[in-house]
Ligand binder design. Sequence first.
Ligand SMILES: *Cc1c(COP(=O)(O)O)cnc(C)c1O
Length: 423
Amino acid sequence: MNLFNLRRNTAALESSVTEPAPVEPQGLSSACLMPSVERPLQQFVRGQGSWLWDSTGRAYLDFTQGGAVNSLGHSPNVLVKALASQAQALINPGAGFHHRGLLRLSNLLCERTGSDQAYLLNSGSEACEGAIKLARKWGQLHRNGAYRIITASQSCHGRSFGALSASGKAEFEALFEPKLPGFCKVPFNDLPALHAAVDSRTVAIMLEPIQGAAGVIPATAHYLKGVERLCRELGILLILDEVQTGVGRCGALLAEETYGVRADIVTLGKGLGGGVPLAALLARGSACCSEPGELDGSHHGNALMSAAGLAVLQTVLEPGFIDHVQDAGRHMRDGLSRLSGRYQQGEVRGQGLLWGLNLADDSAAEVVGAALQEGLLLNAPQPDCLRFSPALTVSKGNIDEMLLRLARAFARVRTAQLQRSLD
Ligand SMILES: *Cc1c(COP(=O)(O)O)cnc(C)c1O
């Protein structure tokens, strides 16, 4: 689609964005969908950069991007081209064979993150499973069979069984018991609690540098440095789950760089594929202990996804790209802080282009609904918190437009709250 059409459609549709748009499901029923996430009625048909269009032609400014998945926005040229030409040439030679994309992406990942080995997989959960396997293997080799992994309360490492068991999310607690044993959860940003939890069976500490699902809660520098020191002193592994924070999201290739910390194992996912399912497990030094037969998967390192990952990574590594993330991130932080002050909301937290805004009450789901009516897509990781994870290529103009729409969403919710209090 050319720029003229994009502008025309956007302008035409923005005039109608204040009206709620009940979308006809167009004869397609959702009754056969197994219940999972709750979805609004809209059916999305097209995306470009920071914009999405539904089947009625209405435009939405997307500040969630699939939960930080579409790192370069919707259908970026570089990704479309890489996928198209790779699909023409070779989609999947099979996980048992070498191909150029696998080698090029793995090499580039290792070179630019200072890792010794990389393994490509399909999802963040799977990468975290891989990290758990590596740590347990390492415990057998180097620490008398130690297998316990300490993780943080409120953490989220994914929904597969091991990742679910590793997670400290309260909502997971009662699900699917009994879970995989061997995990111990301690409060985040609390060094003494971590210290007290380590015993001779402990093999690793696994953390998100910024807890995303918990409401964008950054580790303090004091904490993460202290965790690294503790791991070195005790001779256990540091695993950083950078599925959400990695690949430029926090204004550096890895968030660990911004803390001056180096993990033994790093997991990547979400933004790495730019919208297609791709994740990576990175290992350094003695954590490189995997042997054939331990991590395999049918789609692992598939040529189509590798081509996507390479296109995304090369783009993020281009001169000036990370500078833009930092610059746009400061612009967004300042704007959110002003808005928060104006509407008596709470703290703004985050880094790069991953931000959370605490609300004064548990109205986050209502604000997300009101924002949808204003043509703005947001996410509420907690009842009192909004999360912003726009395309890393987002313009300051679109950030300003987001702030306008968010202000209108706040106003809508205030009016509804007032109405309810009068009823
Ligand atoms: C999203 C996420 C995961 C899980 O990734 P999936 O691709 O959804 O399986 C794991 N860890 C973190 C920190 C995440 O944000």
